[in-house]
Design a protein around this ligand. Structure first.
Ligand code: NAD
Length: 479
């Protein structure tokens, strides 16, 4: 299968005819080719966006919204094909793609399709003196750059608000997982999005991505990916005065207090540790447990981890699929090695999982648990982004808080306690853009989403996203 770019409403090959192989992580075999687009392809896409912009921004919000809702319906119609493609591309269990990735991608389009109609002008009246009102203009042509872990879900989380706000978009999906973006390109045409409103340019970060970030026609960049890439993007975009939204890495803590609902805390912590093979930016990889329940938590946690089945992502019984790439597999294995060197005691997993048959060449790693590692060691400080977690007992609330906050990251945190006063006391003290209390990955699309410290700049979600993709202008009328 040869994927194509979407430029100006047409599915087109890259101008220079270059392609990269797309590898199925579960088998290690190439199954498709993705365009290795260059600056000329990016330029064609930006120009298509510029040509479409005047009509798109002039369209009433209801009309734009109707098209986005139509796209959501088409995603729901094609849920099975999209889920299959996501699983094959990424290595995630098909079951997860069916229940999380694709349904959430559809809800993103449906949500922003309707939200655009509730995005009202603010007015500030100075009694008897003047009226100020704020007009929010679409920024223009914007870039959306997304990672491989939740490919369609995160892409739609950016595209939908940008289009709803009246911007035209050039998307650069991850070169590791391009298939659902290609399928979305076809659906965008079927939904009747005017040509040039949504453009998809495939390729690598350093080539297509860099050309997009540098392009003078791009007014804003919404980026989700690694912290080092985010820093590089910021260095490139800042002198060009482009608006930036950066959703970056994390090293999220779970704080488990002795008064929690232990059954629920264990069950959800297993999920928050290993969902998508630990490759969700919101996964809790450092689990701090109050000492009186440490042994009980550990025993129950390990029993559930032992029951997780690593296997072919297409198998309905599989809980853990493959890691996204061979390079990522080796990165994760190197952190397991480092955990031993830093004095960790292995409690579960710790090895590459060798499957047979179709998946013999796949990139599988066992769900891995360590204890005995200092909160300041590299394994507890650096983002591994794989199925590796650490358990650490704590004695006081202050100690748990200091350890939770003691990294360069600040994306999310989860608190497990039945003491409401404690939950409200601790939540604002946590350096995390999202704090969950007695739950995890619970999402309300209206809420602000993003990270503190090195986990990002800016917020996505709800009206925050529409604000990002628009430029406010104040008009002051003297009475
Ligand atoms: P990455 O930074 O390697 O790549 C992300 C995207 O940026 C890809 O499309 C890539 O091609 C592109 N890119 C790379 N170099 C570029 C450049 N010079 N110019 C423009 N684009 C460039 O990240 P990844 O490995 O794909 O994703 C994993 C990372 O994403 C993890 O750190 C994870 O925590 C993070 N992430 C964060 C969130 C969040 O919401 N905060 C969500 C998911 C993933």
């Amino acid at each position: 299968m040869q994927l194509l770019n979407l430029i100006g409403g047409e599915l087109v090959p890259p101008g220079a005819g270059c392609y990269l192989p797309v590898i199925e992580p579960a088998t290690g075999q190439a199954f498709a080719q993705v365009p290795d687009s260059d600056a000329a392809d990016v330029d064609a896409a930006v120009r298509a966006g510029e040509a479409a912009l005047p009509a798109w921004r002039a369209l009433p919000a209801e009309e734009r919204g109707r098209l986005l809702v139509r796209l959501a319906e088409l995603i729901e119609r094609d849920l099975e094909a999209l889920a299959q493609a996501e699983s094959q591309d990424n290595g995630k269990p098909l079951r997860l793609a069916r229940t999380l990735d694709i349904p959430r991608a559809a809800s993103n389009f449906a949500f922003f399709g309707t939200l655009a109609q509730h995005f009202a002008t603010e007015a500030h009246v100075q009694e008897g003196v003047a009226l100020n009102y704020t007009v929010r203009h679409p920024l223009g042509v914007v870039a959306c750059i997304s990672p491989w872990n939740l490919p369609l879900y995160l892409l739609s989380w950016k595209i939908a608000p940008a289009l709803a706000a009246g911007c035209c978009v050039v998307v650069k999906p991850s070169e590791l997982t391009p298939c659902t973006a290609f399928l979305l390109s076809q659906l965008a045409i079927e939904a009747g999005l005017p040509p040039g409103v949504l453009n998809v340019v495939h390729g690598t970060g350093p080539r297509a991505g860099q050309a997009l970030v540098e392009h003078p026609g791009i007014r804003a960049i919404s980026f989700t990916g690694g912290t080092a890439t985010g820093a590089h993007l910021a260095r490139t975009a800042a002198p060009l005065f482009k608006k930036l939204s950066l959703e970056l890495g994390g090293k999220n803590p779970n704080l488990v207090f002795a008064d929690c609902d232990l059954t629920e805390a264990v069950r959800t912590s297993v999920r928050s540790s290993f969902a998508n093979q630990g490759q969700i930016c919101l996964c809790g990889s450092r689990i701090f447990i109050e000492r009186p329940i440490y042994e009980q938590f550990k025993t129950e946690f390990l029993a559930q981890v032992a029951a997780l089945r690593v296997g072919d992502p297409l198998d309905a019984a599989t809980d853990q699929g493959a890691l996204v790439s061979e390079a990522h597999l080796h990165k994760v294995l190197s952190y397991i090695e480092l955990a031993y060197q830093e004095g960790g005691r292995l409690l579960a997993g710790g090895q590459r999982e060798q499957l047979s048959g179709r998946c013999a060449g796949g990139y599988f790693v066992q769900p891995t648990v360590f204890e005995g590692l200092a909160p300041g060691c590299r394994v507890n400080q650096e983002e591994i982004f794989g199925p590796v977690v650490t358990l650490t007992p704590f004695d006081t609330e202050a100690e748990a808080l200091a350890w939770a906050n003691g990294t360069e990251y600040g994306l999310s945190a989860t608190l497990w306690t039945r003491d409401l006063a404690r939950a409200h006391r601790l939540a604002p003290q946590l350096h995390a853009g999202v704090v969950w209390v007695n739950t995890w990955l619970h999402r309300d699309l209206r809420t602000p989403f993003g990270g503190m410290k090195n986990s990002g700049v800016g917020r996505e979600g709800g009206l925050e996203a529409l604000r990002f993709f628009t430029e406010p202008q104040n008009v002051c009328v003297k009475f």
